[in-house]
Design a protein around this ligand. Structure first.
Ligand code: SAH
Length: 251
């Protein structure tokens, strides 16, 4: 049997949010490749070989997966959420672009998943109901000044912001600096959602405002949603408010 490579999005955590297509690819694979923390979310299957690696080794991991598939293995590369959103799909294509020309002839499939922004949005209402933009706050692969420039431009243009990679041990100050940069651009009353570990047992959802948001209440598993000036709350008698962005906008 000839090899193939599938880049599989596992969803945000809860197995019920994994697509049947993703489950089928994981099941059919002879080899699983990925960040150890994400591999640990895939149930063990007899006869399957696991190749865990550290975070931030994406390109090496992609090349390793491509070599395995070239040698005839059926390889699933796993990502959390969607495999194409700040995830392994781009690393695989980057490796193909600069790598062994034979890799271009491989059977490669990108298997999507529910991205953290969609899982987080669904827990609070419909904050992404109108134009929005997704950004990674990590300055590992781009300069911090570019992060700030994009944030300010997107907020000033009226996009809702979905922010990934807002904090880690190595990047403790970035979210605070990002919120400070947005304060002159957006009203202090702009709704802000901190959604941590969405769909997992220790999920934590906090709804606050730009004026009151405390960036220390986040970690590596937090997705931050920042409303547009049109995003608003619907208060409820016994539950946290709904957050939604109306479907229409005016100049
Ligand atoms: N491909 C993933 C994103 C990977 S980047 C996706 O589509 O969701 C890693 C970032 O995703 C984390 O820093 C966090 O911002 C976000 N994230 C991943 N899983 C999450 C979850 N269950 N809850 C909230 N945010 C999550």
């Amino acid at each position: 049997m000839s090899g193939w490579l599938a880049i599989v999005g596992l969803g945000p955590g809860d197995l019920r949010m994994q697509t049947p297509q993703a489950a089928a690819a994981l099941d059919a694979a002879s080899d699983l490749v990925g960040y150890a923390t994400y591999l640990a979310r895939v149930p063990e299957r007899a006869g399957q070989t696991r190749h865990p690696s550290d975070n931030r080794e994406e390109l090496d991991r992609a090349r390793h997966a491509l070599r395995l598939a070239s040698a005839g293995s059926r390889v699933a590369v796993v990502s959390s959420g969607d495999s194409g959103v700040f995830a392994m799909s781009s690393a695989v294509f980057e490796a193909i672009e600069g790598g062994d020309p034979r890799w271009r002839g491989l059977d490669i499939a990108v298997v999507p998943g529910i991205s953290a922004m969609f899982a987080a949005a669904a827990r609070v209402g419909a904050p992404l109901g109108h134009d929005f933009c997704a950004m990674s706050l990590s300055d590992n692969l781009k300069p911090w000044d570019l992060v700030l420039r994009r944030l300010i431009a997107a907020a000033a243009a009226g996009f809702v912001l979905a922010l990934y990679n807002v904090a880690s041990r190595a990047r403790p100050w970035q979210l605070g600096a990002a919120l400070d940069a947005l304060r002159p651009v957006l009203p202090g009353s702009t709704p802000v959602v901190f959604a941590t570990a969405v769909s997992r047992a220790d999920e934590r959802i906090e709804i606050t405002t730009l004026a009151e948001s405390d960036p220390t209440r986040t970690d590596m598993r937090t997705l931050v949603l920042i409303g547009s000036p049109a995003t608003r709350l619907i208060e409820r008698p016994t539950a946290r408010p709904w957050v939604y962005s109306p479907r229409s906008a005016a100049l």
